[in-house]
Design a protein around this ligand. Structure first.
Ligand SMILES: [Zn+2]
Length: 113
């Protein structure tokens, strides 16, 4: 076996590389969780949907997901329609909860409920 960090040959069963001191196998051990975190959003679909259903007139669920422009738009529409436009945010909350909205504002995947 070989060190994944410096590439030197290691004794069988060694826990640490004697050349560079790296933990043996640490790279392959952490890679899958790293990859998952770059693909999937750390935001909760449930939290975003509920925020948007109850506070959608202010675009809060969209702000939470990182859709700043859309959140501001929903807020402005509610103000200019004297609250009537908040129905948009409410419907948007249902779309988030039911899975029609698949990504957060950074394009990361929202996990299903
Ligand atoms: Zn090494």
């Amino acid at each position: 076996m070989y060190c994944s960090h410096c590439g030197k040959e290691l004794e069988e069963g060694a826990k640490f590389c004697s050349y560079c001191g790296e933990k043996v196998g640490s790279y392959s051990g952490t890679f899958p969780t790293k990859q998952k975190s770059t693909l999937y959003s750390d935001k909760s679909r449930l939290a975003a949907g509920l925020l948007q259903i109850f506070l959608g007139g202010f675009g809060i669920g969209r702000f939470y997901l990182g859709y700043i422009g859309l959140g501001v738009a929903q807020l402005l529409v509610s103000i200019f329609t004297l609250g009537l436009g908040s129905i948009w945010g409410f419907i948007d909350g249902i779309l988030i909860l039911t899975g029609f909205v698949k990504e957060d504002g950074k394009g990361k995947i929202l996990e299903d409920l």
